[in-house]
Design a binder for this molecule. Structure first.
Ligand SMILES: *[C@@H]1O[C@H](CO)[C@@H](O)[C@H](O)[C@H]1NC(C)=O
Ligand SMILES: *[C@@H]1O[C@H](CO)[C@@H](O)[C@H](O)[C@H]1NC(C)=O
Ligand SMILES: *[C@@H]1O[C@H](CO)[C@@H](O)[C@H](O)[C@H]1NC(C)=O
Ligand SMILES: *[C@@H]1O[C@H](CO)[C@@H](O)[C@H](O)[C@H]1NC(C)=O
Length: 332
């Protein structure tokens, strides 16, 4: 495969787009280091598209819905955790500190976390946490949505706890935010709109003497469909009394997509206080992007000065057996 040399990660700050991904993971409040263990998405917009490291995935049938663009490519490091550990994903937009906006204030939607053995197999993603519209407020207020009122307001922190007694082994945590601000139309019927998915996968090794196996879960792609009422949903119904699409009365309850949360997951997820960030708070300028499955590598000076050094067709290659990640090289 072409990778490694081009996996330096992408970012242009000051972008008008408020796209988001995970910059770090705290384990019991201790930062594991910027980008460590995270399959950070490749830039998927093209060199002249305005530049940002993570345009959303909108096609629910795409392999990119699993772990985002280049999600089959392993990070060189895996985070060691134990059952019962409290993890805090640190989502950001432009930079990794508390002044970052995390995700645009318009991107109301749910947040979801799944766990799967690594590598995933058919129906291996098990939902362990989710949160959607958690407080409806009177018109014209949008109500409180997980992405904009919880995660964004809490400095990008999204909390999850490793299931009790989970059997030791390698797993992927698939965390996701969904922006519903253009979700009143299906991407199928109007590719300019549609719900925006921001999935991101973190590599963990669970240690200890746990005995619990994960139950059967769902597949990505496969778990979501445009016929799901939580995927094509008029989010403005929480800010207006009439649906923008039908003109009829609004539905003010929101059905979170995907399966129910596994009964083996912790019933409560508590925010733990976190220590200092370790590593940089800015990302390297992107040097790779994907457009229509063509990967282009570049040397980068600034947004207007990109030298294309090569292209290749990108086809995600998910292994069916666990492979030890390549030796870590410093990436931040
Ligand atoms: C959505 O469901 C329909 C009907 O079952 C199916 O034909 C289609 O392939 C599904 N789409 C995706 C993206 O899974
Ligand atoms: C995780 O958080 C819960 C709830 O605050 C706490 O009881 C538990 O001790 C924490 N686990 C670890 C490993 O710190
Ligand atoms: C956050 O990081 C950005 C980018 O490095 C920087 O401009 C800004 O001053 C930082 N803010 C704080 C409070 O550290
Ligand atoms: C696992 O079991 C072994 C043998 O009983 C014990 O020595 C070890 O401390 C246990 N490890 C954990 C993390 O509980």
């Amino acid at each position: 495969m072409y990778i490694s040399s081009v996996l330096l990660l992408p970012l242009l700050s000051g972008s008008a787009y408020a796209h988001t991904y995970i910059w770090g993971v705290f384990v019991n409040g201790v930062d594991q280091g910027t980008f460590r263990g995270i399959r950070t998405p490749a830039y998927n917009g093209g060199p002249n598209a305005g530049g940002y490291a993570n345009s959303p995935v909108k096609d629910v049938g795409s392999i990119d819905l699993r772990c985002n663009v280049l999600g089959d490519i392993q990070a060189p490091d895996t985070l060691k955790v134990q059952p019962g550990d409290n993890l805090t994903f640190d989502w950001h937009h432009d930079y990794r500190n508390d002044t970052d906006d995390v995700i645009a204030s318009s991107h109301h939607g749910p947040s979801l976390i799944y766990i799967s053995p690594d590598p995933p197999t058919e129906n291996s993603f098990v939902k362990i946490w989710h949160e959607g519209l958690y407080e409806s407020l009177p018109f014209p207020k949008p109500g409180k949505w997980s992405t904009t009122s919880n995660v964004a307001k809490n400095f990008g922190h999204m909390n999850v706890r490793i299931p009790k007694d989970l059997k030791a082994g390698f797993y992927l945590l698939r965390a996701e935010m969904i922006g519903l601000h253009e979700g009143e139309s299906s991407f199928l019927t109007n590719p300019r709109r549609g719900a925006q998915f921001y999935p991101d996968c973190v590599q963990i090794e669970v240690t200890g003497n746990g005995t619990v196996d994960l139950p059967k879960g769902v597949s990505f792609p496969g778990a979501y469909n445009y016929s799901d009422p939580g995927i094509v949903y008029d989010v403005y119904c929480s800010t207006e009394t009439k649906s923008r699409t039908t003109g009829g009365p609004c539905t003010t309850t929101y059905p979170i997509p995907g399966p129910t949360v596994w009964s083996g997951a912790w019933a409560e997820t508590t925010a733990v206080s976190v220590g200092p960030v370790s590593g940089t708070t800015t990302a390297a300028p992107w040097s790779t992007w994907i457009q229509n499955s063509v990967v282009t590598s570049a040397t980068y000076t600034d947004r207007r000065s990109v030298t294309v050094v090569g292209s290749s067709v990108y086809v995600a290659k998910w292994s069916t057996t666990y492979q030890t990640p390549a030796v870590a090289t410093k990436r931040w």
